[in-house]
Design a protein around this ligand. Sequence first.
Ligand SMILES: [Zn+2]
Length: 366
Amino acid sequence: MIEQFTSYSTKLERLSNDELHRSAEKLVLGENTTLAKLIAHLAEMSSRKTALKLGYKSLYEYCITGLNLSEGAVPTRIHVANVSRRFPQLLVALAESRISLTVAALLAPHLTKDNVDKVISDCAGMKRKETEEYMVAFRPKPVFEPSIRKRPAPPVQVESPSPFPPSSSTPSAASVEAPKSSPPILQPAQPEVFNFRFSANRDFKDKLDRLAEVVGVENAQKNMAALLEKALDIALEKKDPKKKLERRRKRERASATTAPSRSNEIAREDEPAESRYIAAEVLERVHERGGYQCTYRAPDGRRCTARAGLHIDHSEPFGIFHSNEELILRLLCASHNGLEAERVYGPAFIQRKIDERGKARQARRS
Ligand SMILES: [Zn+2]
């Protein structure tokens, strides 16, 4: 490989500047064509849920881990992939190097059937800044709620100067589309210390002040970490299935001598269940058995890494078998839960359910 590149470089040395330029142009064209094709792949994978089926928790994670794309490169590609089926013009313009990926991603959320051709042709050759300005003129400026614009004092006083330059100082640029890449909210500062940065609304600040009063932390601003840690402990104590199970086992051990165990009752599950209700202690054991992580495995054995928003799923669908038996219950993330439901009941059925739920929600609101 090294030899190949050395001889390639030698070849380049012999080219005139003009030839060098044309050769680079050709490479960019090839690269953009490849990029457009890759994005078409992502769109197809997204519609088939390929990433989930291969055991990744999202298309994003698949791009990072499965394709080894750099983190910064993925959101724009997914952004464009999301709309590329409706507006294939975007991929054509990208492949023909008329617009860059950055510009394609900026335009993606604002395209409609009526404006797509004009927008793409207007933005040909534009850079990010020009495109942002174009979009402001093209669409009315978004109106920010005062509560969102108003930033409360930063939650943590970072001693060292911030590594993030302010996104913009001019008010006109500040009211352009929300920045596509917001700075990380969590950064290691020292081996055991992390810097947290985030903005939140007034409600958050009011709750924080109230929390400081309730849990008795003086000077909330200064003792933010201590205050939030208390809040986290309280939340985990209440919500974490692991904690709940620990508490229950403790209680059971304490009452083992006085009362018979209730686990025998739960074990009897021969008769068809009438409802999906599952006893809390069964839920906790299913969480424990699943290691508090999505248990979905792809055909090649890869296990989903999701640990947030886990659902209890019936490996034998409840709608068919009417059983809540503990051994058929398993832990799945929302995405894989949906994927399983789709596999069992078919995509059309699931879409109908989603639509029905949406309509019901809307009816309740109006
Ligand atoms: Zn999963």
